[in-house]
Design a protein around this ligand. Structure first.
Ligand code: FAD
Ligand code: SF4
Length: 444
């Protein structure tokens, strides 16, 4: 074995740059024209198609598949994008195995669904590669709307508002737009700078200004935005992370998984990114799987996910758990961290087995670790926000908050799953409600 793989500590360059390029290549190669036709041919074009109901953005899946089958992928893309303006990203990141493809009648009958996600990518990639933006703006309404957060929720809301003729200013705390599409999604799901390309493509609608480096809190207040705009949409996601309470959790090498992933996503040279030899990830969701798989791909020798409940309770889908296993990640369940050991930096982490109700069993074990990633959930940050429910912004209907003229959607809003596609749906629906409210105000 290469000595670099065995070197302990957190070091860069465990693998050569060309190997890393291969490791982080597209998880699923795009379908060729022929493969797309064959895949489309498997669709029964069901009446009352269950796949549509299972899609949070309710894309007319049989229609777009038929459009691919008849050789008009651009029309298929328009069908998709009418419902979901980030249909390109969702085609790459949606857990289709628990959404449309799980509901597909061919999954129930044969255990092999129509490849809806890959067909969606085929169509949207085709349109975007031609630089076509298939929507145009309505005449200006003279209304101005502030959107806080340039993630999937904020961008989807902004696009729909711009289409209705409103002027939108999107404020984001970070230097780049895209939210977790740019800073969070696993690198092998969105290669070739797709997140940034999709934002540029979306902005072709016109009428949207993005102001980066502007955060609600330090730079902007909700009251200020309400005074300066006709409506406000809050789509700032979940900026905080839950802390590990085990003694020793403040040692060097114990890090937030989302920070590690953001650094990886922004790195232009993965061989310069340090990673441990023995990596332990605590958590059971997508973030845990992504941190673990990407550590392994960077060249970590031993990567273990430890989750406090049983496998069936993990938020990461079975497909994602299998992906982790296929990449050589070990998953230990029913164990909670009780102490982090090491002199200054972490060397070992100690766990105690728990039953399904999280009751400690008294049986402990230790894992060697020079890096520990915490992936135990994210939290909403900020003061002066509308009323909360369960730690998120309380909403009724299409994202109306407790404050008049302020809507919210995506991860920062209560209800709904924390998925890209859900954020897009909520941003779109809030935009329709904002539009109806502002126009009703004008007509009344
Ligand atoms: C590591 C990771 C991997 C994931 N993988 C997947 C996946 O494969 N598939 C999937 O469907 N979902 C995945 N998700 C979930 C998905 O990314 C989110 O559900 C989705 O991005 C939520 O969109 P959003 O617009 O609500 O928030 P975000 O994407 O978080 O965007 C919020 C934006 O608001 C900005 N912001 C924050 N605070 C402020 C402030 N005070 N002022 C101004 N701007 C602010 C942020 O900078 C950010 O740009 C993943 C999440 C994580 C953390
Ligand atoms: S359920 Fe499957 S077969 Fe039926 S329309 Fe949807 S993708 Fe096609």
């Amino acid at each position: 074995m290469d000595a670099r793989a065995l070197k302990d500590g957190v070091v860069p360059g465990r693998l050569d740059a060309d190997v890393l390029t291969e490791q982080f290549a597209d998880l699923h190669a795009p379908l060729s024209d022929h493969e797309a036709l064959v895949a489309a041919d498997r669709c029964y074009f069901c009446h009352d198609a269950p796949c549509i109901t299972a899609c949070p953005t309710a894309i007319d899946i049989p229609l777009f598949i038929r459009q691919i089958a008849t050789g008009t992928p651009e029309a298929a893309a328009k069908t998709i994008l009418t419902q979901n303006i980030m249909g390109g990203m969702c085609a790459r990141v949606c857990p289709t195995e628990t959404l449309c493809e799980e509901a597909c009648v061919r999954e129930a009958a044969e255990g092999e669904p129509v490849q809806i996600g890959r067909l969606q990518r085929y169509a949207t990639d085709e349109l975007m590669s031609q630089g076509i933006h298939p929507f145009s703006r309505a005449a200006s309404t003279g209304k101005r709307i502030a959107v806080v957060g340039a993630g999937p929720a904020g961008l989807s809301c902004a696009h729909r508002l711009a289409m209705h003729g409103h002027a939108v200013v999107v404020y984001d705390a970070r230097p780049k737009a895209g939210g977790l599409n740019e800073y969070g999604i696993a690198a092998y799901k969105t290669t070739d700078d797709f997140a940034a390309r999709e934002v540029d493509w979306l902005l072709q609608i016109g009428g949207i200004t993005i102001e980066t480096g502007q955060a609600l809190g330090p730079d902007l207040t909700l009251e200020g935005l309400r005074g300066a705009f006709d409506a406000v949409f809050l789509g700032m996601g979940l900026g905080g992370v839950n802390e590990l309470t085990a003694p020793g959790a403040d040692k060097d090498g114990v890090l937030d998984a989302v920070d590690f992933i953001a650094e990886l996503r922004q790195s232009s040279d993965l061989s310069a990114l340090p990673v441990g030899r023995d990596v332990v990830v605590i958590g059971g969701g997508m973030t845990a799987v992504d941190a673990a798989v990407q550590s392994k791909l960077l060249g970590a020798l031993n990567v273990t996910i430890v989750y406090r409940r049983g496998r069936d309770r993990m938020n990461a889908s079975v497909w994602e758990q299998d992906l982790a296993a296929a990449k050589g990640v070990r998953i230990i369940t029913n164990a909670s961290p009780v102490a982090v050991h090491g002199n200054g930096s972490v060397r070992e982490i100690e766990f105690e087995f728990t039953d399904d109700d999280l009751k400690p069993t008294g049986e402990t074990f230790r894992l060697a670790a020079d890096q520990v990633f915490k992936a135990i959930g994210q939290t909403l940050e900020g003061d002066g926000l509308p009323d909360l429910n369960g730690g998120k912004i309380a909403v009724t209907g299409a994202g109306r908050t407790s404050v008049n003229g302020v809507w919210a959607g995506g991860d920062c809003a209560a209800g709904g799953e924390d998925l890209t596609v859900t954020a897009v749906a909520e941003g779109r629906d809030a935009a329709e409600d904002i539009h109806a409210t502002l126009m009703e105000g004008d007509n009344g």
